[in-house]
Design a protein around this ligand. Structure first.
Ligand code: FAD
Length: 473
């Protein structure tokens, strides 16, 4: 009898436990991807994620075809797509790898119960995380709220299993109709804003593997020293979108980094731990993307500042490092982690705009937009999350720029109108003498904006708002 493999955030052949189990069952296979992000409670995929998904599915379809399979595409609720496919193929088994968005977990449990009720064999696997969130508990048996003991517990647990090899051959099940990927219109039409994404990325399992091999061999061992250098594109792995779509598994990353970098890879592996921690938070707090964990922040005196939000989104705040980060995001669908912290702090604390606004913009524009990591990252910077940076830690965008982009290479790359400015002023152009600005072709307020807020005053305002919150609590 036919087995259905339901692909979701595991768009790969290697180390795919659901696919491997289905192949090992000996049954002919039908591989399904169901586009269902309009489901109730779901965060509809953002524009950059849709672009990535298109290419990732194209690659998965080609990879499957090479080993004798065929990827079937269906739109609409996954529950209907699956039930229909069971009818059409007479399938006796369904396999999938688990995902952890709260709406999907609820839905998947219902699907599992229904299919089992109809007598099908249904099996789900962990293909997305190093450790299953439900297995990790603190001393009082509750989910962890602090990262360091969480990571200690992870390291004390049995290490992740070695990755599974990709199947060499699959036996294709009955021929059934598939929708056409082009008809899903995941790619931008007019204007085509995806040129920078095409230049920066190679979606798909082969691209992910190539990136991992390169990073494990070259960058992983000195990740701890280089990870905060904004201009050093090779200092970080840039594996996040591949992990997000499951083109590579964290177990593959773990084992390859351990093999190539040995003990020196520890600081990189710890970073994968933050991903695990964020997923644990999301599973324990299904409203993490909408609601601050610290409920005291519900009363925060946020400002309604449409002009400030627009300037932030466009990278026109007048603070070069903030603008460089926002423009890197717009152009390539990615932003360096250090820059994410700086721009998030600027939105939340210098502009007093709710963190959820930033979270939504990131969701739409990041190729690695990930419900757990994005929500946890924003809450961490806002100071309302688990194990968060304290609210009163306000990043100074000038000092952050000078520390993590000392010669201004990151700013020059992403804010070309400042490219010729002397390094001494690259993070504070408003202090440059008129002659220096003229030499660099910079006319403040014309070719590059003046700061939209005075950071020192904005910092005082943020601290006063915070004091008001504490006073009210
Ligand atoms: P590397 O530094 O090479 O790290 C390797 C991997 O570890 C990453 O790919 C990622 O999977 C994981 N990781 C690293 N740092 C973190 C972290 N702080 N939290 C969780 N996982 C981490 N990451 C996303 O994947 N998607 C998001 O939507 C996202 N939104 C963020 C929003 C804010 C405000 C902040 C501060 C951080 C956010 N992050 C997000 C976390 C982090 O910035 C990115 O994972 C990282 O920059 C991705 O680049 P990389 O693959 O080169 O990371």
């Amino acid at each position: 009898m036919t087995a259905i493999v339901w692909f979701r955030q595991d768009l790969r052949l290697a180390d795919n436990p659901a696919l491997t189990a289905a192949v090992r069952s000996g049954a002919p296979l039908v591989a399904l991807y169901a586009l269902d992000d309009d489901a109730p409670g779901a965060w509809r995929l953002g524009s950059a994620s849709r672009w990535w998904l298109h290419h990732s599915l194209q690659n998965l379809a080609a990879d499957l075809a090479r080993i004798g399979g065929r990827l079937l595409l269906r739109r609409g609720g996954a529950e209907f797509a699956l039930e229909q496919l069971v009818e059409e193929t007479g399938a006796g088994a369904v396999y999938w790898n688990r995902i952890y968005e709260p709406w999907a977990m609820r839905r998947d449990a219902e699907i599992k119960a229904r299919l089992k009720g109809r007598g099908l064999h249904v099996e789900s696997f962990n293909g997305a995380l190093l450790f299953e969130p439900s297995q990790l508990r603190n001393k009082s048996g509750a989910p962890f709220k602090v990262f360091t003991p969480f990571w200690r517990a992870c390291l004390a647990a049995p290490p992740p299993e070695p990755p599974l090899p990709a199947p060499q051959h699959v036996t294709q099940g009955p021929a059934v109709d598939s929708e056409r990927l082009e008809d899903w219109r995941l790619l931008p039409t007019k204007p085509d804003w995806a040129g920078g994404l095409r230049d920066a990325w190679t979606p798909g399992e082969a691209g992910a593997q190539a990136r991992l091999r390169e990073f494990a061999a070259q960058g992983a061992a000195d990740y701890g020293d280089r990870r905060n250098d904004l201009a050093d594109a090779e200092g970080v792995s840039r594996l996040s979108p591949h992990l997000r779509f499951g083109e590579i598994s964290p177990r593959q990353v773990w084992h390859e980094v351990a093999r190539r970098a040995g003990d020196k890879g520890a600081s990189y592996l710890r970073q994968l731990g933050w991903r695990e921690f964020s997923y644990g938070l999301l599973v324990a707090n299904p409203d993490l993307p909408e609601q601050g964990l610290d409920r005291a922040f519900d009363a925060f005196p946020w400002r309604d500042d449409a002009a400030g939000l627009a300037a932030w989104r466009k990278g026109e705040t007048g603070y070069p490092v903030v603008d460089a980060g926002m423009r890197q995001l717009w152009r390539s669908g990615y932003m360096h982690n250090r820059a994410r912290m700086i721009v998030a702090s600027f939105l939340i604390k210098d502009l007093l705009i709710p963190w959820q606004e930033g979270e939504r913009w990131f969701w739409d524009t990041l190729v690695d937009a990930d419900l757990a990591n994005n929500a946890a990252g924003w809450q961490w910077v806002a100071g309302c999350g688990a194990d968060a940076a304290p609210y009163f830690r306000v990043f100074n965008p000038v000092l952050q720029g000078e520390k993590f982009d000392p010669d201004g290479a990151y700013v020059r790359r992403h804010v070309p109108e400042l490219a010729k400015l002397d390094a001494k002023y690259i993070h504070r152009p408003w202090e440059a003498p008129a002659g220096v600005l003229a030499m660099a072709g910079v006319r403040l307020g014309e070719t590059y904006p003046r700061p939209i807020v005075d950071h020192a005053k904005a910092r005082e305002r943020a601290l006063a708002a915070y004091a008001q919150l504490r006073g009210a609590g």
